[in-house]
Design a protein around this ligand. Structure first.
Ligand code: ADP
Ligand code: MG
Length: 238
């Protein structure tokens, strides 16, 4: 676990600024949801946290370390994407162990890590299967398994449920929250779904066109929205 500090972060693509100075303090162990319409900069911010995108200006710290120039592999962060492509030719166990292997873990460390993650996510009976033999929900759990296998300081989720049907989406919300309650890993979760944000977050960050409109607990945003945008976005049904 670790706190994450995003300070006055800007991002331009080819001279066009898409994030205009974003500051978000994230406490150790918090479950923070970034919410906002498509194109507001959520994925870009998450990719900068993961080190997959350069920061144009500002700083990002994890714990007490500024990570602006730290390579993704050296950051103690795991990310679950919307299109969590599993390796089709690898078993569930190998899919989950791959990131450990990439980081130079030995066979024993890999097998211990995979077993632990499989127990946490109820995947133990499925370890020898291939992705094509799994349901959508099981695949999503394997994608989470790949993230937790390293026991990272920070989890990043980018709309991880948006490809699932409505019923499974609700079940997975609960599952992700339970995982967080169990591991207490600092989590930044991106969605454009206000219901998901309201039900999952300790703290919601409402973004709009590259700025933070408001941050607060779900209740604070619901009761005291700072402006029309927040009121409209949080108050309207999905
Ligand atoms: P969100 O995840 O909130 O939908 P994104 O972070 O994907 O938003 O995108 C924010 C803005 O940055 C959009 O206008 C998008 O077109 C632009 N953008 C994102 N990635 C790139 C890129 N690699 N090159 C140019 N523009 C990009
Ligand atoms: Mg996105």
């Amino acid at each position: 676990m670790s706190s994450v500090q995003i300070r006055d972060v800007r991002k331009s693509f080819g001279g066009f600024e898409v994030l205009h100075g974003v500051t978000i303090p994230i406490e150790d162990g918090a479950f923070v949801v970034l919410v906002g319409p498509s194109g507001c900069g959520k994925s870009t911010l998450l990719r900068m946290l993961a080190g997959l995108e350069n920061i144009t200006s500002g700083t990002i710290s994890i714990g007490d370390k500024v990570v602006n120039n730290v390579q993704p592999k050296e950051r103690d962060i795991a990310m679950v994407f919307q299109n969590y492509a599993l390796y089709p030719h690898m078993t569930v166990a190998d899919n989950m162990g791959f990131s450990l292997k990439l980081r130079g873990a030995n066979a024993n460390e890999i097998s211990t890590g995979v077993k632990r993650a499989a127990e946490i996510l109820d995947l133990t009976p499925l370890l020898d299967r291939f992705p094509r033999q799994l349901s959508g929900g099981q695949r999503q759990r394997v994608a989470m398994g790949r993230a937790i296998v390293r026991d990272p300081q920070v989890f990043l989720f980018d709309e991880p449920l948006s490809n699932l049907d409505a019923k499974l989406r609700v079940a997975m919300r609960t599952e992700i929250k339970e995982l967080h309650q169990r591991l207490k890993t600092t989590t930044v979760y991106v969605t454009h779904d206000q219901i998901e944000a309201m039900t999952m977050a300790d703290k919601i960050v409402v973004m709009h066109d590259g700025i933070v409109e408001q941050m607060g607990t779900p209740l604070e945003l619901y009761d005291k929205p700072d402006n029309q945008f927040v009121a409209g976005f949080i108050g309207s049904p999905a």
